[in-house]
Write a protein that binds this ligand. Structure first.
Ligand SMILES: [Zn+2]
Length: 111
């Protein structure tokens, strides 16, 4: 490894691998590297992943919020009725996914 090209030392004295080193290695090591060019795809249990796995619903009846799990594998558009966890009124929820990422949520009062 070459100093500055592959790694350098942070002000705290830690070894920091550069983006070019990561590209040479060819994969994400899942260690939340500062310069990860792979967007940390192998990082487990990150706060980012948690956000993608659930979403917040604002109840149109009582205006309380609660979280529901998201399952992008179930299709790019998902429509279902879910009873509010606070006031138990039925909410019509439509989820729009793009490349397994939740991009928009439509919420209506269900009849
Ligand atoms: Zn409610």
């Amino acid at each position: 490894m070459k100093y500055l090209e592959d790694y350098y030392y942070s002000p705290e004295g830690l070894t920091v691998f550069t983006e070019s080193y990561h590209l040479k290695r060819g994969y994400c090591c899942g260690s939340k590297c500062f310069h990860c060019p792979y967007d940390g795809i192998n990082v487990e249990d990150s706060s980012v992943a948690k956000e993608l796995n659930s979403f917040e619903i604002l109840c149109p009846f009582c205006f309380e919020t609660f979280a529901l799990p998201a399952n992008p594998q179930d299709g790019s558009v998902q429509n279902f009725v879910y009873d509010c966890e606070i006031c138990c009124n039925p909410i019509d929820i439509t989820l729009h996914f793009k490349a397994a990422t939740l991009v928009s949520i439509d919420i209506e009062k269900s009849n």
